[in-house]
Design a protein around this ligand. Structure first.
Ligand SMILES: *[C@@H]1O[C@H](CO)[C@@H](O)[C@H](O)[C@H]1NC(C)=O
Ligand SMILES: *[C@@H]1O[C@H](CO)[C@@H](O)[C@H](O)[C@H]1NC(C)=O
Ligand SMILES: *[C@@H]1O[C@H](CO)[C@@H](O)[C@H](O)[C@H]1NC(C)=O
Ligand SMILES: *[C@@H]1O[C@H](CO)[C@@H](O)[C@H](O)[C@H]1NC(C)=O
Ligand SMILES: *[C@@H]1O[C@H](CO)[C@@H](O)[C@H](O)[C@H]1NC(C)=O
Ligand SMILES: *[C@@H]1O[C@H](CO)[C@@H](O)[C@H](O)[C@H]1NC(C)=O
Ligand SMILES: *[C@@H]1O[C@H](CO)[C@@H](O)[C@H](O)[C@H]1NC(C)=O
Ligand SMILES: *[C@@H]1O[C@H](CO)[C@@H](O)[C@H](O)[C@H]1NC(C)=O
Ligand SMILES: *[C@@H]1O[C@H](CO)[C@@H](O)[C@H](O)[C@H]1NC(C)=O
Ligand SMILES: *[C@@H]1O[C@H](CO)[C@@H](O)[C@H](O)[C@H]1NC(C)=O
Length: 873
């Protein structure tokens, strides 16, 4: 895994110079036919006046101005895999009493520790369609991270967005709809950062599948490739779909963004200047720092020029003891291949994010070690050095179990109910299926939850955490049955046909069948699923289980735990199946939350955050399971454009079972009185002008003697990454035989240009999230919703619009709410439609533009039950 900067940049340089591939060079010719990514340089520097960042910038400036070059490099470079306690840590600044920043997983709880909670997945949170709950979940997760000493919580997730339902990590994010994901990520970020922890919006961008995301991983599975997957995404699709939620993340003030493993247009995401410099930092005005995914950095000065600010976990490959940065970055600044303003900007971005969430230089200590649950052990895990107390076992759970139970119950989607629910003291309950019961070896027995044993509460991979306990459906349902005097029996196996049959054929039985489908991160293969699901069916004989029970029992209720849609076509319509629920990935309170819904303690209002297609093919997209470009980067063309999930089903009239946004309640609602009020917003003015020149903070010596390892007594730790040089001979210190290339030899033009730069018309002047006029309200839409049923309930009214053009989806979600309404009462649903909501990305103008096509607004219960509509004039 050696990448020389020259080789990485050659094709790009040629195209920049207008030379193109030489005709004789067949490999270059071949490359030219593939998607490519244009250069964007220099890397935008921070803006002292950016909304919400002014104070953080001032504090960062005061701090960074005191730093030496070595100290700045320390902020940017991880100390190496397993070098310190967290999954990633940068160097410290002992001179100023600044301990190292702790970067740690992540999206459902604090990974690898104890006395922490396991929250419902992002996807389950999205199914609540409840902004306040999404915030509460984020805040609680932030509190837990804070309580362990984590500085940067490595979530929330908007990539994968969910292009393919098989995508292994879709559950870590929110929804295949960009607006719902945008709300989910923004509310989570606000929650996490209000709790005093920096959030990290990840994975930027186009990281839609696990297969071929990393070379070593793919080779480990026997795929002979030497470059990772390239997600080839056109500009319009990028803006209208994949970048949309990241704009919301930036607007919410997110402190960090993680660039992803794979390539976009055949350029690695962590050194793709179009992505990092142009889209993220310039157009969206992102003021925080970009960190690499773990081993996603492939070059030194080139990735700095392309906009990377922090390398994680710092080493070239795990435990190499070498880094593209560290000593190499010190050298790069000293020899001029990375300008001073760029390293200063990296340090500023990192420290501004730190101060923005209210952290102070004197931080509390980290009180856990990711690498072990033992109380004592080596603090430097890889080197097995520094034996001391490493875990304080701090209980950070507080009352979060309540929020977890609430989110999981409210994120449960009632897909079918012919009257068997809610349960009222049933006479006899029979619970069937392995998914109702415990993992016999314990809830944490499989590494990073990499198995599918017992009830599914969370997928697998780095996005998991250790359960403090897992309330199984079996135990919670039995406890409820005992309270009610219900007779209760369970069969916690999917393969006990005769025992199951003899149970569910008895009179007066209500049978609840629990089934699941799992997925996770690519480094773990569970039953042939290398992260991504290999099919969309239920696991472990689940379909036969459902078919059998429902052929025997006229009152069969099905509960599905899954990481996305499953195929229910064969059985959902069976009249013996009286109810179907999707309970997502509920986390530690699984059983309690499903009891709340089944018994009507929570009147369901969850809505499915993805479409339930009739067949696998009905989605129009699928994972690329086999390399398609020889040994070169597998090519994944996002040729469907913006038409994923419901947009595709609507366009292709593809068969489906349950549409996006669908979900039932135990009561009923009626919609009426749609009103559209036009606001008089100013006409759009593109941003003009230019930035200030790149600032620098402090100065540095160019004498290499000043950068050597401090002294013989310095406690050098094996494989640990330092900013220091080990020789005054720069070539020796770099350990790079190619050392000596000048910036102009291997970096694109303008890479090091610190002069004032023109502002993009679509960017904001100091407004993170893009031109602030994009968020001007153009219309306010209201509708009345009446609870026409017998009991109180919550409704999730949804607003969709038709943008009207020939390339536009039939409808796109633009707003939603969750409203509690008493029986007989009417409530008002209100959505403010912004300029962005009504615009398309115009690739020629390079800005958001409202087309002349007639536009319509719809309000209803789901993407296909749109009772009310009105033209937008
Ligand atoms: C990828 O290529 C497409 C097609 O040329 C282009 O529209 C898009 O902007 C490119 N994206 C990036 C990040 O290079
Ligand atoms: C860089 O960080 C390491 C690890 O925390 C620390 O030992 C070293 O003293 C730091 N160097 C400087 C110059 O602050
Ligand atoms: C655990 O870490 C938190 C946050 O850094 C700190 O407030 C607390 O004192 C630590 N507890 C222990 C026992 O170290
Ligand atoms: C510097 O980076 C090069 C790759 O660009 C790498 O081969 C070398 O090992 C690095 N040197 C150090 C000291 O980490
Ligand atoms: C757990 O799952 C693995 C496969 O992922 C399987 O090999 C193993 O037998 C299971 N263990 C139990 C106790 O069910
Ligand atoms: C139980 O089943 C028997 C036989 O079908 C029926 O007569 C009786 O009404 C049922 N009782 C209840 C409470 O459903
Ligand atoms: C789909 O994959 C799951 C998990 O590997 C497996 O249990 C199931 O049998 C597969 N379905 C089909 C139809 O092969
Ligand atoms: C429904 O259940 C009854 C047993 O109560 C069975 O005879 C019938 O075949 C089942 N119907 C279907 C469609 O499975
Ligand atoms: C530092 O120098 C020694 C030789 O003096 C060498 O063995 C070692 O690999 C060098 N370290 C790095 C990180 O290049
Ligand atoms: C500057 O240092 C970097 C990092 O070691 C190296 O890749 C590059 O070749 C050096 N350039 C010059 C001109 O010394």
């Amino acid at each position: 895994m050696r990448y020389t900067p020259a080789a990485q940049w050659l094709p790009l340089l040629l195209s920049t110079l207008g030379v193109g591939a030489s005709d004789a060079d067949t490999e270059q010719l071949h490359k030219r036919a593939l998607a490519s990514s244009g250069p964007f340089y220099p890397s935008p520097w921070m803006d002292p006046a950016a909304d919400g960042w002014e104070e953080a910038y001032a504090k960062a400036k005061a701090f960074v101005s005191q730093l030496t070059l070595l100290e700045k490099v320390n902020l940017t470079t991880g100390v190496g895999w397993e070098g310190e306690q967290c999954v990633g840590q940068v160097g410290s600044i002992p001179r100023l009493g600044f301990r190292s920043l702790c970067m740690h997983d992540a999206p459902v709880g604090i990974r690898g520790t104890d006395y922490n909670s396991v929250f419902p997945s992002g996807q389950t949170a999205a199914a609540t369609f409840d902004k306040a709950l999404m915030y509460k979940r984020g805040f609680a997760m932030g509190e837990e991270a804070k309580g362990k000493g984590v500085t940067v919580l490595l979530g929330p997730v908007a990539g994968p967005l969910g292009r393919m339902p098989e995508g292994g990590r879709n559950w870590e994010g929110f929804s295949s709809d960009p607006v719902l994901t945008g709300v989910g990520i923004a509310e989570s970020i606000k929650g996490i950062q209000d709790a005093g922890v920096v959030a990290c919006a990840k994975h930027f961008i186009g990281n839609e599948q696990e297969h071929f995301r990393q070379i070593g991983e793919a080779q480990g599975y026997g795929f002979d490739i030497k470059e990772t997957l390239s997600s080839n995404i056109d500009d319009k699709t990028m803006h209208e779909l994949y970048l949309w939620p990241f704009a919301d993340a930036v607007r919410a003030g997110v402190g960090s963004v993680m660039c992803s493993y794979q390539q976009v247009n055949n350029s690695y995401a962590c050194q793709n200047s179009k992505l990092l410099n142009d889209l993220l930092k310039n157009e969206l005005g992102f003021q925080g720092f970009v960190m690499s995914d773990w081993q996603a950095q492939h070059t030194g000065a080139a990735s700095a020029a392309a906009g990377l600010d922090m390398t994680m976990p710092g080493d070239t490959v795990f435990n190499s003891g070498l880094s593209f940065w560290g000593a190499n970055l010190t050298l790069s600044v000293l020899n001029g291949t990375v300008p001073e303003w760029r390293i200063d900007d990296m340090a500023m971005r990192i420290m501004a994010a730190f101060f923005k969430v209210g952290l102070a230089v004197e931080q509390e200590p980290i009180n856990f070690s990711f690498w072990s649950l033992a109380t004592y052990g080596p603090i430097h895990w890889a080197a097995k050095k520094g034996f001391q107390q490493i875990n304080w076992h701090v209980d950070v759970r507080a009352n979060h179990a309540n929020i977890i139970r609430e989110v999981a119950a409210k994120g449960t989607v009632l897909l079918k109910n012919t009257g068997s629910l809610p349960l009222k003291k049933p006479k006899f309950l029979a619970v069937i299926g392995e998914d109702a019961g415990p993992n016999p070896l314990g809830p944490n027995s499989c590494n990073d939850r990499g198995c599918d044993n017992g009830s599914l509460g969370v997928g697998w991979g780095s996005g998991t955490a250790n359960y403090p306990y897992l309330v199984t459906p079996d135990s919670a349902l039995q406890a409820q049955a005992l309270k009610d005097g219900t007779r209760y029996e369970s069969v916690l196996s999917n393969y006990a046909a005769s025992q199951t049959k003899s149970l569910v054929t008895q009179d007066n039985v209500t049978a609840i069948v629990f089934v699941n489908a799992n997925s996770g991160e690519g480094y773990i293969n569970v039953d042939g699923n290398m992260g991504d699901r290999k099919n969309l069916t239920l696991w472990k004989n689940g379909d036969d289980l459902v078919k059998n029970v429902s052929s025997w029992c006229p009152n069969t209720i099905v509960v599905i735990h899954s990481t996305g849609p499953v195929l229910v076509t064969d059985w959902y319509n069976n009249p013996n199946i009286t109810a179907i629920l999707w309970a997502g990935l509920p986390g530690q309170e699984s059983g309690n939350s499903i009891v709340d819904v089944l018994y009507g303690k929570v009147n369901p209002f969850g809505r499915t955050p993805f479409t339930w297609g009739a067949t696998r093919e009905s989605y129009g997209t699928d994972v690329l399971y086999k390399p398609n470009n020889g040994k070169d980067a597998p090519q994944q063309d996002f040729s469907e454009g913006v038409f994923i999930d419901y947009r595709y089903f609507d366009k292709a009239n593809s068969p489906l079972v349950y549409e996006f946004g669908y979900g039932l309640s135990y009561t009923t609602f009626s919609y009426s009185n749609l009103q559209v009020e036009k606001s008089n917003a100013h006409t759009y003015r593109p941003t003009t002008g230019e930035t200030s020149p790149a600032p620098t903070f402090g100065n540095f010596s160019t004498d290499l003697n000043d950068y050597l390892f401090p002294s013989d007594e310095f406690p050098y730790i094996y494989q640990y990454l330092y900013p220091y040089l080990n020789s005054t001979d720069a070539k020796i210190a770099s350990a790079d035989p190619d050392y000596g290339q000048t910036a102009s030899e291997f970096l694109p033009p303008h890479a090091n240009d610190g002069s004032p730069q023109p502002l993009l018309r679509s960017s904001g002047k100091s407004s993170p999230g893009g031109n602030r006029q994009l968020y001007d309200v153009l219309y306010t839409v209201t509708a009345d919703i009446k609870n026409t049923g017998p009991i109180a309930g919550d409704e999730v009214p949804q607003l969709y619009i038709t943008l009207g053009g020939p390339d536009d989806p039939k409808v796109v979600l633009r707003g939603f709410d969750r409203i509690r309404i008493e029986p007989g009462q009417t409530a008002q649903f209100r959505v403010a439609l912004t300029r962005r909501d009504l615009s398309n990305w115009d690739t020629a103008v390079q800005d958001w533009v409202i087309s002349n096509y007639p536009k319509t607004v719809f309000v209803g219960r789901s993407s296909r039950k749109l009772d009310l509509s009105a033209p937008l004039t």
